[in-house]
Design a protein around this ligand. Structure first.
Ligand SMILES: [Fe+2]
Length: 385
């Protein structure tokens, strides 16, 4: 839930005449993601954002569910997802439910011939490898390793990579992505105890209005289908905008860990709130400092949530055989905890360099065919060594 900003030129009063140098009117657009009942932004286009000149048959990209039998710990080698040139083709859903879809992507090429809009879901793109720019009608966002790019549903964007080896961990959220409520003051400021604050949020910059006529393809995702819709004007023809709904970046490296004398529970790692799921960041931090503390986590039964951990970098003290890009899924219903030997090994350790993203869902996740293709099938037995 970012805060109010204003970029470029906007009229003194909303919903009033705002004229171009040639005397014509700019086209005002209200952009909101929860009807007219929550945050919104007003954008001013050189041309109306409505001039469709061609529509084509949609392509079905609904995740193919592999199995619903999930009462088993699972592990997947995320980096075994094969790179693909095109961004949208590179996105492979692996774990899904009705609240969120978790995908992996290794796109190699920038988007040059089309724009993308997800009309169903907010997107959180976690950048594991690669850097570049996200171009939007709000301006551009420079991204790199460790960035969470948070994109409200309906945002039109293009990714331009400076690198060919790119790895993204993507969460599509069918409810809005917000800062956790308990981090916010009743008037909407991030509180002192929050692990990040407004200064850590990077907002769009370098807004340049592109006044161009032609054929502009906006591939629009709706109900699992990709609709090719061609417009007569460049979508980034915005001369100014203001409001509280826009894409932004928060870097995992700016997450300030909350530590204690004894082991702190997972909610201290929470970064974002979705509808019936949370996104958490595990970052390098000092360990618990009670003289008899056990830094490794306790076994826990998470009876009402599925836990997904995406390993980014560093050593993971509670598990063996962890690789970059690996995903573990610990489903609700069976307890999990440190691997054999990990508890004793953790005692006396002062700090950890681990970096990971966790997604905890309150509704069970389903595996896709892509997930089955990268599964490490022996993982469920890895505590019995
Ligand atoms: Fe856990």
């Amino acid at each position: 839930m970012p805060h109010y900003i204003k970029i470029g030129n906007v009229p003194h009063k909303r919903h009033t005449q705002f004229r171009k140098p040639d005397g014509g009117l700019y086209s005002e657009q209200l952009f909101s993601t929860e009807g007219f009942s929550s945050n919104y932004t007003l954008l001013y286009h050189i041309h109306p954002p409505t001039q469709i000149i061609k529509t084509e048959e949609p392509i079905d990209v609904n995740p193919k569910i592999a199995t619903e039998n999930i009462l088993k710990h699972r592990s997947f080698q995320g980096f075994n997802i094969q790179p693909e040139a095109d961004y949208l083709q590179s996105r492979k859903p692996v774990l899904v439910n009705s609240d969120c879809h978790i995908s992996l992507a290794a796109p190699q090429k920038s988007m040059r011939n089309y724009f993308y809009k997800n009309a169903d879901a907010d997107e959180v793109l976690f950048v594991h490898e690669g850097n570049g720019k996200m171009l939007t009608q709000y301006g551009e966002l420079k991204f790199g390793y460790g960035d969470y790019i948070v994109v409200p549903r309906g945002t039109i964007y293009q990714l331009h990579f400076e690198t060919e080896a790119n790895r993204l961990f993507i969460v599509e959220s069918f409810g809005p992505i917000r800062y956790p409520k308990r981090y916010m003051s009743k008037l909407g400021q991030l509180l002192e105890h929050s692990p990040y604050c407004e200064r850590d949020i990077r907002t769009p910059e370098n807004l340049v209005a592109i006044d161009q006529k032609g054929e502009f393809l906006i591939t629009t995702k709706k109900k699992g289908m990709l609709y090719p819709i061609t417009y007569a004007n460049h979508p980034f023809d915005v001369v100014g905008w203001d409001g509280c709904e826009y894409p932004y970046i928060f870097s995992i490296h700016d997450f300030e860990p909350i530590t204690g004398r004894v082991h702190q529970p997972p909610p201290v790692h929470q970064t974002f709130d979705g509808k019936d799921f949370v996104i958490c960041s595990f970052v390098p931090r000092l360990y618990d400092y009670h003289p008899d503390s056990i830094p490794a986590p306790y076994n826990h039964s998470n009876i009402d949530s599925d836990e997904v951990l995406y390993y980014v970098d560093g050593d993971f003290m509670s598990r063996k055989h962890v690789t970059r890009g690996m995903i573990t899924l610990h489903p609700s219903g069976i307890p999990h905890g440190p691997h054999p030997g990990a508890v004793e090994k953790s005692i006396g350790k002062k700090e950890t360099g681990e970096l990971a993203v966790m997604v905890d869902t309150f509704r069970p996740l389903q595996l896709t065919e892509f997930a089955m293709g990268i599964e490490d099938k022996d993982y469920v037995m890895s505590w019995a060594e």
